[in-house]
Ligand binder design. Structure first.
Ligand code: NAD
Length: 296
C-alpha cells in the first residue's frame, strides 16, 4: 500500500493523515470545505512542531511529510489512486452509509475501505458496498500520533487476507493492532463506556463528588485520568451516543445512559469542547476546576 486517502479532516482525520505522511505514505486528505482542510493542515504542522521541540522529528522530515499530503474537496479525485481509504468523517450512520456507497463506486476495485468509527457496525457499513470482504474497522485512538493501539475490527464478511494486511500495515505504522469482532462498542468502548456511565451514576446518586471519584480511579487503579475527566475530553455527547449504541445493540438495561448524562448533553454541556462538563475549561490555562455545578 502506497496511497492512502483519509476522509474527514477533523480531530481524528488530521491525526491519521499526520501518521501516514510521517511514515512515508502519499496521503490524500478529503473534507467538505477548503477552510476545514486549511485548518487541518495547520493543525498537523503545529503538532509536528511539538515533535520537533521534543527532538523526535527534524525540520526536514516535517517538510517532507507535509509535502506528501494533498487536500481535496472532491471525493472522486481524492480516492482515484487509493490503495486504502481510512474514513474518519462525522460519527453519523447516514453519513457513513452514503460515503461508503460512494467510495465503493469511486475507489479502485482492489482498494481496502476502512472506517475509524468508534461505534457504528462495520458489517452494516460493508453491506452498502459490493466489496464487503474488503471493508474493515481501523479504530485509532486520540491523539493518533501518540496512542499505540489500533483496534482492527473484522466485519461479518471481512476476509482473512484483508485482516492480515491491515494488521501488518498497523505494525508498519509502529502501532499495536488488536483484532476484534464486530459487536456493539467493539472492545474499547464496550468496556470503557460502562465504566464512565457508572462513574456518572456514582456522582448522580451522591456517593462521592467529581474530584473524589476521579481521584479514586487515578490513585486506586493507576488510571492516568479519572473517568469523569476522560468523559469530558471524549465529549459527553459522544459518550451518550456510544452508550445508546450499546443499549440498542444488546438490549440490556445495564447500558442505559445515566439520566444526569442525558440532561447535561441536552443542555449543551458537552465537556471540554463546549467549555464545561464535569469540569470547567477556561481558555488559556490547563488548570481545570470542577464545574461550579458540582463543587460543594
Ligand atoms: P470531527 O467532527 O472532529 O471531524 C469529522 C470531519 O468529517 C469534519 O471535518 C467534517 O467536515 C468531515 N465530514 C463530514 N462528512 C463528510 C463527508 N461526507 N466527506 C468528507 N468529510 C466529511 O470528528 P472526529 O472526532 O475526528 O471523529 C471522526 C471519526 O473518528 C468518527 O467516526 C469517530 O467516532 C471516530 N473516533 C473519534 C475519536 C475521538 O476521540 N474524537 C476516537 C476514535 C474514533
Amino acid at each position: 500500500m502506497k496511497n492512502i486517502t483519509v476522509i474527514g479532516s477533523g480531530t481524528m482525520g488530521n491525526g491519521i493523515a499526520h501518521l501516514f505522511a510521517l511514515q512515508g505514505f502519499a496521503v490524500a486528505l478529503v473534507d467538505l470545505s477548503a477552510e476545514q482542510l486549511t485548518k487541518a493542515v495547520a493543525t498537523i504542522s503545529k503538532n509536528m512542531d511539538r515533535q520537533i521541540n521534543k527532538g523526535t522529528l527534524s525540520e526536514a522530515e516535517k517538510a517532507a511529510a507535509l509535502q506528501r499530503i494533498q487536500t481535496h474537496t472532491d471525493l472522486a479525485s481524492g480516492v482515484k489512486h487509493a490503495d486504502l481509504v481510512v474514513e474518519a468523517a462525522t460519527e453519523k450512520v447516514d453519513i457513513k452509509l452514503e460515503l461508503f456507497s460512494q467510495l465503493d463506486q469511486l475507489a479502485p476495485a482492489n482498494a481496502v475501505l476502512a472506517s475509524n468509527t468508534s461505534s457504528i457496525s462495520i458489517t452494516q457499513i460493508a453491506a452498502v458496498t459490493q466489496r464487503p470482504t474488503q471493508v474493515i474497522g481501523m479504530h485509532f485512538m486520540n491523539p493518533v500520533p501518540v496512542m499505540k493501539l489500533v483496534e482492527v475490527i473484522r466485519g461479518y464478511a471481512t476476509s482473512d487476507e484483508i485482516t492480515t494486511q491491515i494488521m501488518q500495515l498497523s505494525l508498519q505504522l509502529d502501532k499495536v493492532p488488536v483484532e476484534v469482532q464486530d459487536y456493539p462498542g467493539f472492545v474499547a468502548n464496550r468496556i470503557l463506556m460502562p465504566m464512565i456511565n457508572e462513574a456518572i451514576y456514582t456522582l448522580y446518586e451522591g456517593v462521592a463528588g467529581v474530584s473524589e471519584i476521579d481521584t479514586v480511579m487515578k490513585l486506586g487503579m493507576a488510571h492516568p485520568m479519572g473517568p469523569l475527566q476522560l468523559a469530558d475530553f471524549i465529549g459527553l455527547d459522544v459518550c451518550l451516543s456510544i452508550l445508546r449504541v450499546l443499549h440498542d445493540g444488546f438490549g440490556n438495561p445495564k447500558y442505559a445512559p445515566c439520566p444526569l448524562l442525558v440532561n447535561m448533553v441536552t443542555a449543551g454541556f458537552k465537556g471540554a469542547k463546549s467549555g464545561e462538563g464535569f469540569y470547567s475549561y477556561p481558555a488559556g490555562t490547563k488548570d481545570y476546576p470542577v464545574s461550579p455545578r458540582f463543587s460543594k
